[in-house]
Design a protein around this ligand. Structure first.
Ligand code: SAM
Length: 275
């Protein structure tokens, strides 16, 4: 097995830690924005890459689209399958690495990934795959945390401590507009990049720390892997960032987390002609 394959195997274990459904609840508004921005609707054939437990897939299916959801972590697939089955949604779930999608060229009208493709270790390969499986005239839509928001800062902090990278050396480069434009230029004729933000809310700083330590897989992985003193240092810095970013003044916690929403379209005339 080569180094990248070994890395991915360890990353799959890492993404399975914590309580991802609890985390994903907070990202539902982003899934709604992404599906709307991609103009997904009835009859569209949609692929959601690195789908987690199905936020984007569920919103897309709700529009009447035919949806395939993929992730490389078996635990997330199981969670996603269970969730969408309990909602009575006919979503197809398949295990797939974002860097090697098991579909022929031009299979989908739209390919999406919310805070997922950004973690693939080789950005150029992952984005080329997303475009390869999308038909000419279709759309590729992504969201990624920006380095200048709370979650981007936490992602960078975790990168300093985790024994296995969460993805690329810097997944949050996907949140820098110039980098995104550069990476998508070979594939897309029309690109829209907008900024959005969600707010992480907690009743208190203590509740925020307890929630992160029980739900956030990266922190759980770090705790298991690091010597106690090094974990304490990370924890202190994590709490320091939460205190620094907190916009609430009433004892609660409100952390603004900025992200980029990227929608890459091929030539519109091709889209109209192909439909
Ligand atoms: C932050 S979660 C986002 C999940 C989902 N898109 C959402 O919006 O809730 C990141 C997801 O990316 C998946 N992932 C990371 N690297 C991947 C890769 N190379 N191929 C497929 N999935 C990957 C993880 O298993 C995890 O489910």
């Amino acid at each position: 097995m080569d180094d990248v394959a070994q890395l991915k195997d360890r990353m799959k274990e890492f993404w399975a830690l914590g309580d991802y459904p609890e985390v994903a609840k907070r990202f539902v508004p982003v899934a709604e924005k992404l599906v709307a921005a991609c103009d997904i609707g009835v009859g569209d054939h949609v692929l959601d890459v690195a789908a987690g437990n199905g936020n984007v897939a569920i919103v897309a299916a709700g529009t009447g689209a035919r949806v395939t959801a993929t992730d490389f972590a078996p635990k997330l697939l199981a969670l996603g399958r269970e969730r969408t089955a309990s909602l009575g949604l006919d979503i197809r779930w398949e295990e797939a690495d974002a860097e090697a999608l098991p579909y022929p060229d031009a299979t989908f009208d739209a390919t999406t990934s919310a805070f997922g493709l950004m973690f693939a270790p080789r950005p150029e390969i992952a984005i080329a795959e997303a475009f390869r499986v999308t038909r000419p005239g279709g759309v590729v839509g992504l969201t990624a945390w920006t380095p200048d928001g709370f979650t981007g800062q936490i992602t960078a902090l975790m990168g300093e401590y985790l024994p296995v990278p969460m993805g690329t050396d810097r997944p949050i480069d996907w949140g820098i507009e110039t980098t995104v434009r550069h990476r998508l230029a070979p594939h897309s004729k029309g690109l829209s990049v907008t900024r959005g933000s969600i707010t992480w809310q907690f009743e208190s700083l203590e509740r925020a720390v307890a929630w992160q330590e029980s739900s956030f897989g990266a922190l759980i992985a770090a705790r298991a892997a690091l010597p106690a003193a090094r974990y304490t240092e990370l924890r202190d810095r994590f709490i320091g960032l939460m205190a620094e970013w907190n916009r609430a003044t009433d004892g609660t916690v409100r952390l603004p987390a900025a992200y980029l929403l990227v929608v890459a379209r091929h030539d519109r005339t091709t889209l109209t002609a192909a439909r």
